[in-house]
Write a protein that binds this ligand. Structure first.
Ligand SMILES: Nc1ncnc2c1ncn2[C@@H]1O[C@H](COP(=O)(O)OP(=O)(O)OP(=O)(O)O)[C@@H](O)[C@H]1O
Ligand SMILES: O=c1ccn([C@@H]2O[C@H](COP(=O)(O)O)[C@@H](O)[C@H]2O)c(=O)[nH]1
Length: 236
């Protein structure tokens, strides 16, 4: 059985709210951390990026009519909050996470410095990359692709609300069918909205495979990391 040694895991921010209208649902984050702990305790070097949809959605009304870059900075700050919550939940589970932010807020969180992140991974600590890319007009999917390339991850794992990539958005089209595998060229050409085109393009250029799978399926993360058949594989 093949397995990965260093992976970048992108966690859905929206999934964090569980059945709540927005925010962080305690039971949901604890369930995510259980799956993460299984992987970290197996010796895999794990770096993470978490989205901000669960918090940003709650303030979206107030952001209407706002300057786009300002709204995007609010979104990036939302990912810092989620990253702190994830780090805290990981600590409670006996893990050793380090949160690093692309936006300097030194009183709150350590700033992202690539050699330091690499050192933490070598030391067996998990790293949570907060604040997205640090730039507006991007998403945390692109931040995940960027950090995956920077740390030399073998694969980027996208844990999201659906169990793979479909011919159309399965949340809107009940006839959509799931791909077991799809090439980057096809995913980009078909404009599949499961991930933004910038993130797909960066991974394609870096020859970084992506695996999309369900964040809600217990054990799915471990199965993906062990190279088992789970979700959808995006290949170059
Ligand atoms: N072709 C498709 N296949 C699978 N999912 C799709 C497709 N098109 C659209 N989607 C939607 O994309 C969503 C996942 O992407 P999205 O980036 O919006 O969420 P996320 O990454 O889980 O959240 P966040 O941005 O908060 O981290 C799925 O929940 C699904 O409804
Ligand atoms: O590099 C980045 C990453 C994120 N943003 C903003 O944050 C929100 C939340 O991120 P999601 O990926 O949607 O979860 C996003 O909508 C952007 O507004 C950013 O500007 N730059």
């Amino acid at each position: 059985m093949s397995g990965y040694k260093r992976v970048l895991l992108k966690l859905s921010g929206e999934a964090l709210m569980g059945d709540d209208a927005y925010g962080i649902n305690r039971a949901t984050i604890e369930a995510m951390v259980q799956d993460i702990a299984e992987v970290v305790n197996s010796g895999v070097q794990l770096a993470m990026v978490i989205g901000g949809g669960n918090i940003f959605r709650g303030v979206a009304g107030g952001a209407v009519g706002m300057d786009r870059a300002t709204a995007d900075y609010m979104g990036m700050l939302a990912t810092v909050m989620n990253s702190l919550a994830l780090g805290d939940a990981m600590k409670n589970a006996g893990l050793n996470p380090r949160v690093m932010s692309a936006i300097a807020i030194d009183q709150v969180v350590e700033s992202y410095v690539r050699p330091k992140a690499l050192q933490y991974l070598e030391e067996g600590k998990s790293v949570i990359f907060a604040g997205g890319t640090g730039n507006p007009f991007f998403t945390t999917d692109t931040a995940a692709a960027l950090r995956a390339a920077e740390i030399g991850a073998e694969v980027m794992l996208k844990a999201t609300k659906v169990d793979g990539i479909y011919t159309a958005d399965p949340a809107k089209d009940p006839t959509a069918e799931r791909y077991a595998r799809i090439s980057f060229d096809d995913a980009i050409a078909q404009r599949l909205q499961v991930m933004d085109a910038t993130a797909f393009a960066l991974c394609r250029e870096q020859k970084m495979p992506i695996r999309v799978f369900s964040i809600f399926k217990p054990g799915a993360l471990m199965r993906v990391v062990q190279g088992e058949d789970e979700g959808t594989d995006v290949f170059v």
